[in-house]
Every structure is written in C-alpha cells, then in structure tokens.
Design a binder for this molecule. Sequence first.
Ligand code: AMP
Ligand code: ZN
Ligand code: ZN
Length: 406
Amino acid sequence: MRKFLILLSIIFYTLSLTYAQSQPYVLLVSFDGFRWDYLNRGLTPNLNRLAQNGVKALSLKPVFPSKTFPNHISIITGMYAENHGIIANHFENPFTGEVYKVARNSKSVLESKWYLGEAFWTTARRNGIVTASYFWPGSELEIEYRRPNYFQHYEHNRPYKTRIDGVMDWLQLPYKKRPHFITLYFHETDSYGHGYGPNSPEVNNAIKLLDSLTGYLTTRLQEIGMRDSVNIIFVSDHGMTGISPGKTINIENILKGFQYKMGGEKPFVMIEPENEKDLDLIYNVLKKHENHYTVYKKKDLPEYFHYSKHPFISSIIVIADLGWSLVNNKWLERFKRNKSKGNHGYPNYEMDMHGIFIANGPAFKKSLRTGTIQNIDIYPLLCKIFNIEPRSNIDGKLERIGFILK
Ligand code: AMP
Ligand code: ZN
Ligand code: ZN
C-alpha cells in the first residue's frame, strides 16, 4: 500500500510539473500615456523590432474616460468603466460621501469595494496559474485572492531597471512558485506629456528611455534563457494631447448662483445639482453656453461612451472638445501655476487618446499589422492564451481580437 501511495504521488508530481511547464508565459507591460503615433518618430528601434516580428495594431482604443485607472482596470477586467466601477481617477460615492482617489499613499485604491470587475490575475489564480505584478492599478487590494500572488505596493520613483530585475527574479523562481502572468508599469511618457506636451523634446527623451528599457528587458530575458518562451504584450492606457490655459471654459462662471457639486477632471466634468429640481435649469444654462464642449444628461449620453450605468456617475456630464479644459476658479489658478501642457481624458474616438498595442512571442502571429484594437478585448485574449474560461459578464470579445493568435 505504501509503495502504491509513493508511486501515486510521483505520478501526481510529474503531472503537475508537466502542466506547469506547459503553461504559457505572458508579460503585460504598460507605458502610461504612450500615444499610438510615438512609434512613428524613429525613436523606438527595439519596440519596432518586436512589432516587426510579432503583432502591431494601428492603435489601442481606450475606454471613456481616457484616464489611467479606468483604463488599466478595463485592460485587466475586460469591462467598460461603467461596469468595473472605477469611473475616474477621482470620484465620490454620492450615497455615503466616501471618496475614491488616486494619490500618493491613498487608502481608497486598496479598497476592494470600489472594484466591481474580476481582474485577470484572479481568474488565472482560480485556474491554478501563479501571477505577479510589478505595479498595476488595482493590484494591491486588501483582499488576498483579488491580488496577484506576488505584488508590489506602488512607488512612483522606484528605478525602472529595478522593476525589470524584479520581474527577472520572479521568472527564475522554482517551477511551482514561478508566475506565468506578470504585469509591469512605467509612468515616463505620461509624466513628461503632462509637463511639456506630446510634441516636446522631453517626451521624445521619455520615448527613447522606454525603448532602451525594452532593449534591457529583452536582453535580460535572453540571459535567463526565456526570450523565446515569454509572450510580451506592450500596451498604453491612453494617449495625450496639447492643452493651454488660453483654451479653458470656466464652469463656475457659467453656473453662478446655482448649488451643485462638480467632480471629474479637466477634459470632462460631472455635475450633480444639490437640488434635483435644478437639473433642467442647470442643464439648459450649460446648453445655452455650449461652446468648445458638449453637455449631456446622464440618461441621454450616447451609447458609444458606455458611461451611464454606474450609480456614482452624476446626472450631468460635460465633455470638452479636444485640447480644451473645463475648470472652476481653483483649478484655473492651479493650471496657470503648474503650466501643464498636455492632458487626456477626452472621448475615446479621438485618435490623440489612443495608445499602443504590440505583441510578440510564441502565441502570436509574426509580422501582422492590424487596425485599431479595443483595450477591453485584452482580458478575453489573455484567457484564450492560457486556455481558461473568461467571466461571462465582460464587455470584451475574443471574436474581435483572436485573429492575432497563431
Ligand atoms: P493620470 O495621468 O492622472 O491619469 O495618472 C497617472 C499617474 O497615476 C502616474 O503618474 C502615477 O503616479 C499614478 N499611478 C499609476 N499607477 C499607480 C498605482 N498602481 N498606484 C497609485 N498611483 C499610480
Ligand atoms: Zn495614464
Ligand atoms: Zn496622465
């Protein structure tokens, strides 16, 4: 009997080892604010080489609003913001007054209750796949099973090479502990895009730096003998467009005398009248002054925004034209002081808001150029690569993206 049990455990161990070895590897890399056309500036030899030997989409279409947290969460859950719940980088639960806010040391980004979708790492873990994240919005939730197996608390200034080296350490763990799905994040192009605008020399330097880090990443993979086995997907959450204090609309001036709450960010704002009976009045005033922006009642927001289901979205939504900023007096002062020259958050049909999509590795076709891909389709793509069932309530569709796989 003992011999039989030993034999059984050897068979089981061998089988589980074979399964672990046969699982694919996927490294999902995000370059924050890397606009789709930055690849056409002649500054990215490493990224272009990977694109040539793999798949490159014309652009990656973000969800509305084209902001960092809503889009990283859409990529990792396959859902529109109205369904995954992270409707902006900063918003309020109007029923309790609690606030979700992306900021240094923010507690709210760790609170599971805001996140209504299932992240790919949770789907993967349920299927026996070990996962890891060297930064990704929503990867640090306080509930253990909603995080990757290994994760890092976000540290904006952590050196980029340290992040890549951390990923290499994970890839060299013993088989049973080794993650097969890993995320990696770099903020460089977003920060310089805001500070100096998308056409600045500073952004060009950021692009060059990210490309050289791509070279470092592939060299390190080569060194550990995994270059041919790891699928790498490069994405960005959104693009960037030029802005200036001369192109502002002061909502506070337009709505003088009304009582309301204003949330959101400069490219779009959410307005909630203090008194429900003022809704039509406020809407009509905004409609009368409609110039370089469009005002909608939440219930009439065009379907293509996919931004009206969530209960925390306000009754009135104002969306600025590309390059224009909606402000109140406080925001305008800050804008003039920090001289910000770029922004995003505009409608996702604007090409300036689109990011990149490059995929390279054993799972992907070679030398394939495709049109625009939607970022909500990445979650079902990942499920297909790992041969696991996606959640049934997602917005993404494998039918729109599956053709890029071998
Ligand atoms: P934004 O340009 O406002 O949409 O947001 C970009 C900023 O989000 C970056 O500069 C980072 O500082 C911040 N950020 C990115 N990832 C995280 C994260 N996982 N946790 C906290 N903040 C983050
Ligand atoms: Zn971003
Ligand atoms: Zn940004």
